[in-house]
Design a protein around this ligand. Structure first.
Ligand SMILES: [Zn+2]
Length: 378
């Protein structure tokens, strides 16, 4: 049996003593079985909706019984990062769902319909500039309604945000994005030296929060202190080091490697996150923003997403402040987060009260994601 999130107990008990100790200081988990009692009238609906739960020949008695048994006793794994408090609930019934290629035509049609009135296709005429102008003639603009004192966008050459799914999508495009966003942030800091806290993000399609369809990333540079979640991670890592005498980020990587949840991409470590914030979360760990392998690693992550039929995602970069090294941020790496936001044609939001206030609820299995990631390695 290949490793899976629902057999996390077995994977963890297979760790060598030192690896087990590291796992235990960073993570905790609990397995539950939810007992569900559907009435007979639901049998037909259940076997249709959860037909993938049995590998037996469809419509046989064995097939029906296996599906119903799996629905009657559902295994749930709740994992928590003890240092940061991040937690995720995995449900076996949901985690076993196979990747089903969905129709792209609706999304592609919406993308094309937006082209006629697209301001990002004509940035010099229809987008505002920042006080310091633009990077590379027309690669960046200011946001019309800002998040923060400095807020800009990188406008991609291609209108379609689904470009990452095309065969000719190249790592150089990511390298250009990273360099352009960094140049923009440095312009902001040159104007105001207190603006040091650079945050780069990319919302792909409406499902991920994008209000404009044309492919774009966004940058902010905060003043005085970093954005709350980045600062919270810095504090958690410091508290962890003080309590355990161990480096939080080194442990994060080592635990993922020991569990088989990591891949090495061009000098960057890619993690299939054990406590994902939502579906298929990948975290890239690099020693600096301009690490030579980082663009290609981001490109590889997007190739993995394309292969898994992801259409809508968020990308977010955590990094220490710009400028001279700040002792308060010593040892804090560059972390690139990517997360799948689900089917853009689904009418429901992928997060609700549970995710906003309690714990992430995730159906994709990080062990399955890790196998796909390893195939992306050279
Ligand atoms: Zn456009």
């Amino acid at each position: 049996m290949p490793a899976s999130i629902t057999s996390l107990d077995q994977v963890v008990s297979g760790l060598a003593p030192q690896g087990r100790e590291r796992f235990d200081r960073l993570y905790d988990f609990v397995l539950s079985t939810a007992e569900v009692r559907p009435p007979g009238a639901m049998d037909g609906w259940i076997t249709k909706a959860f037909r993938y739960l049995s590998a037996a020949p469809p419509d046989t008695q064995a097939w029906r019984e296996e599906i119903l048994e799996r629905i009657r006793h559902q295994r749930v794994v709740h994992v928590v990062n003890r240092a940061t408090g991040q937690a995720t609930l995995f449900n076996a019934v949901r985690a076993l769902r196979p990747i089903e290629a969905r129709d792209e035509s609706d999304v592609a049609k919406k993308v094309e319909e937006a082209r006629a009135k697209c301001s990002f296709c004509r940035p010099l005429e229809l987008t505002p500039a920042n006080t310091f102008g633009r990077i590379g003639l027309d690669k960046t603009c200011a946001n019309v309604a800002v998040y923060d004192g400095y807020h800009g966008l990188v406008i991609f050459k291609d209108h379609s945000p689904l470009r990452f799914r095309h065969d000719d999508f190249r790592p150089e495009e990511i390298a250009d994005l990273l360099a352009t966003s960094r140049a923009w942030a440095e312009k902001a800091r040159a104007e105001d030296p207190a603006a040091r806290f650079f945050f780069l993000m990319w919302n792909c399609l409406w499902k991920a929060g994008a209000s404009i369809i044309h492919g774009h990333a966004q940058m902010t540079v905060g003043r005085k202190f970093h954005y709350g979640k980045v600062e919270a991670l810095r504090r958690s890592a410091r508290a962890y080091a003080a309590e355990h005498g161990a480096d939080y980020f080194a442990d994060l990587v080592a635990v993922h490697k020991a569990l088989g949840l990591a891949a090495e991409w061009d000098g960057v470590t890619a993690l299939a996150h054990l406590v994902p914030t939502k579906e298929r979360e990948i975290i890239l760990v690099a020693d600096r923003f301009d690490a030579p392998g980082l663009p290609k690693a981001v490109w590889r992550a997007l190739k993995v997403y394309a292969a898994q039929d992801v259409k809508s995602y968020n990308l977010a970069v955590y990094m220490p402040p710009l400028g001279d090294p700040d002792p308060a941020w010593k040892g804090f790496p560059v972390l690139v987060h990517l997360v799948d936001r689900g089917d853009p044609s689904a009418a429901t939001a992928d997060i609700g009260a549970m995710e906003l206030y309690a714990s992430a609820v995730v159906s994709s299995d990080p062990f399955v994601l890790a196998e796909a990631m390893k195939k992306q390695s050279d």
